[in-house]
Design a protein around this ligand. Structure first.
Ligand SMILES: [Zn+2]
Length: 205
């Protein structure tokens, strides 16, 4: 069962106090992080001049890590012949952050109608399953794909009643909030995997 907002809040207060700021995540150093601090004030980062796009893994001479290395069995939550649902290997600040990949190297926009229909059905089911767990406020579904070209759709579950952790910035909080209990996280993965396997495929978590 995912932690309640009160439990997450208590963990953060334990770490930095009720008025304390959690440490900045590494992503603040990334070029695409849109904010800078100038004279103690947060301002938008200066926009860089147009340049060549970053080469995604699986494009040009850059190998696809997913196809090259396969899926780490220790990270697989659920799978069938065409889809693999995986986690990142350890709990993070949000209750659950999962990635749904096609088994084959395909990108969004290149799925045939059958696969696209399956994506819709799995997405709908997965959101219902995760939002059905206690203390989950919402599951955000995202496809960015600027780093890797092998299709991966994010399922980002946020805690109910943590009202700062909402909308598109929920994924930012995932890097900021100290990770919760691995036991709780694994129990939640197991619940999601077994419920999804009721529809088809195999639970692996
Ligand atoms: Zn690939």
């Amino acid at each position: 069962m995912p932690e309640s907002a009160d439990e997450v809040y208590a963990r953060v207060v334990d770490a930095v106090g009720a008025d304390g700021h959690l440490p900045m995540p590494p992503k603040t150093e990334w070029d695409n992080f849109p904010w800078s601090v100038v004279d103690g004030v947060i301002v938008p980062r200066v926009l860089s001049a147009p340049a060549d796009e970053h080469v995604r893994s699986g494009e040009g001479d850059k190998p696809c890590g997913v196809c090259r290395d396969g899926f780490d069995p220790a990270h697989v939550v659920w799978e069938d012949e065409r889809w693999v649902l995986a986690h990142h290997g350890a709990p993070s600040g949000l209750p659950l952050v999962l990635l749904l990949h096609t088994r084959e190297h395909l990108d969004m926009g290149t799925l045939d109608d059958d696969l696209a229909s399956e994506l819709g059905r799995i997405t709908n089911r997965l959101v219902r399953i995760i939002e059905g767990l206690p203390d989950i406020g919402r599951v955000h579904v995202a496809r960015w794909g600027d780093g890797g070209s092998h299709l991966h759709v994010w399922f980002i579950a946020r805690t109910h009643r943590l009202t700062n952790v909402m909308g598109s910035t929920a994924i930012e909080w995932d890097d900021i909030i100290p990770p919760g209990s691995e036991t709780v996280w694994r129990a939640d993965l197991h619940a999601v995997a077994t419920k999804l396997a009721n529809w088809g495929g195999d639970a692996r978590a």
